[in-house]
Design a protein around this ligand. Structure first.
Ligand code: BES
Ligand code: MN
Ligand code: ZN
Length: 490
């Protein structure tokens, strides 16, 4: 999607989009002679300008017919939020409409540069789709819209879009692609290749460990998960050095390219969803891409722990004891609690090799977080108040919303094992918390750590203003916003 900005409406053929905040129809004045008819049609449609509501009309412009979309923003909606609703709703409505170009006129809203730029951000995000395997799309189902012009956003909107939001669109798109691809296409090795190709020329340095290298280091937890699969595991390390801060911040992602559950196999119904069990690793890769493209002034190391969890003749069994990279031992009670095993070695590796001050891990870790928070919020766990509040703030600013969950000694005791240092599952109750406690056992003293359980967020069954049903790209905007707020703000 080509996004551009202009001071006045262009001439020629396009669909015109006008925002209406609740009952305030000021923007319609710009329609000139057509204003009255459009306003009357809105009344007949009982259009009240509620958030994301749309009235689609055709107006006569000196003999030519122009499609006019009136998009409701709701009364009193915060500007950034309204801007994203506007761009996203317009793009969704026009994407396969036959229109090639949309002009969104925000002149009546008095937006600052960033707010106007967010109209473009949402339009670009909302138009992302992945049609690679749809060979029989009818012409009428194919996207036509390829250009969006935002008019009246004032000086600096274009510059703001290009320097801040276009990179985020690229990052989110990479994440969505990785998450959408099925597991016969994206597995550890091909995840690495796809990311490598996508980051080519971005300035991100890439290092990859294969099975032999991980075995030599002693990453028994991650490799134990991978051993039932014909696909070899990988640890992907992405380095972005854009700053002068000595200690980097680490982002660590769970990258289970398919989670059958292993020998503790999952039920058949819905198992196809487990192709997106690499959403955390996908978000880390997408975030690094966004940060590199916008030349973020900070040092970040991203780690993707990549495995496929399969049952097989060589798969690990319930009851097996594995030795992690940290030296701690784990009794694997349930092979379906594999994400924490992967993360334990990944977070240990990054702490030993990069001495980060802060570690943030993202993982589609537990079904239990869906029971707690549904599909609206991801769960946030942290050993540090400042880090937790910065992430909560970045979450609400970016739309990747987080809800704080507790950690406590009493939960930690629930994963003690009679035979090893710990077991990989606790009781059913508090399942997301004991999973977080497990990861915390691999965080070194003094390291600030946050864990984001995003099991309900990698994939959506309902569209929003910034995504269609399917892969959301959750996590990229969260991490990008955190970097902007905390690591680049001085
Ligand atoms: N990948 C799943 C978690 C998940 C479940 C993500 C549903 C998205 C939707 C994870 O590896 C898993 O299987 N967790 C188990 C843990 C249990 C065995 C303690 C779960 O949540 O059931
Ligand atoms: Mn699992
Ligand atoms: Zn999993």
């Amino acid at each position: 999607m080509q996004i551009s900005f202009a001071e006045t409406r262009p001439t020629g053929d396009y669909a015109l989009v006008l925002p209406v905040a609740g009952k305030d129809r000021a923007s319609l004045a710009s329609l000139g002679a057509a204003q009255q008819a459009v306003g009357a049609a809105l009344d007949r449609q009982r259009f009240e300008g509620e958030g994301s509501s749309v009235s689609e009309q055709f107006a006569d412009e000196g003999g030519a017919v122009r499609r006019v979309l009136i998009v409701g923003l709701g009364a009193g909606t915060a500007a950034a939020d309204a801007a994203e609703k506007l761009g996203g709703t317009a793009a969704a409505r026009l994407l396969t409409s036959g229109e090639k170009k949309a002009v969104i006129d925000v002149s009546s809203l008095g937006y600052d540069a960033d707010t106007a730029a967010r109209v473009g951000l949402a339009a670009a995000l909302r138009s992302w789709r992945y049609d690679r395997y749809r060979t029989k799309l009818k012409d009428s189902q194919k996207p036509t819209l390829d250009e969006v012009v935002i008019v009246g956003g004032g000086q600096g909107a274009d510059q703001r879009y290009r320097s801040r939001w276009a990179p985020v669109v690229e990052g989110v798109s990479l994440t969505r692609e990785l998450v959408t691809e099925p597991a016969n296409i994206i597995y550890p090795e091909t995840f690495v290749e796809r990311v490598r190709a996508s980051l080519d020329g971005s300035g991100v340095e890439i290092q990859v460990l294969d099975r032999a290298e991980m075995a030599k280091l002693g990453m028994g937890a991650l490799l134990g998960v991978a051993q039932g699969s014909a696909r070899e595991a990988r640890l992907m390390i992405l380095k972005w050095n854009g700053g002068t801060n000595g200690q980097p911040t680490a982002f660590v992602g769970k990258g289970v390219t398919f989670d059958t559950g292993g020998i503790s196999i999952k039920p058949a119904a819905g198992m196809e969803a487990m192709k997106w069990d690499m959403g955390g690793a996908g978000a880390v890769a997408g975030a690094l891409k966004a940060l590199a493209l916008r030349k973020a002034k900070t040092n970040i190391v991203g780690i993707c722990g990549l495995v496929e969890n399969m049952p097989g003749g060589n798969a690990q069994r319930p009851g097996d004891v594995v030795t992690t990279l940290s030296g701690q031992t784990v009794e694997v009670i349930n092979t379906d609690a594999e994400g924490r095993l992967v993360l334990s070695d990944a977070v240990c590796y990054v702490q030993r090799n990069f001495k980060p001050s802060t570690v943030i891990d993202l993982a589609t870790l537990t079904g239990a977080i869906l029971i707690s928070l549904g599909h609206e919020w991801a769960g946030l766990f942290s050993n540090n108040e400042e880090l937790a509040s910065a992430l909560l703030k970045a979450g609400s600013e970016s739309g990747d919303k987080l809800w704080r969950m507790p950690l406590a000694e009493s939960f930690d005791r629930l994963i003690d094992s009679p035979i090893a240092d710990m077991k990989n599952v606790g009781p059913r109750e508090g399942g997301s918390i004991t999973a977080a406690q497990f990861i915390q056992r691999f965080i070194e003293n003094g390291v600030k750590w946050a864990h984001v359980d995003m099991a309900g967020k990698a994939w959506a069954d309902k569209p929003s203003s910034t995504y269609e049903k399917g892969a959301t790209g959750f996590g990229v905007r969260l991490l990008d916003q955190y970097v902007a707020d905390v690591l680049e703000s001085h």
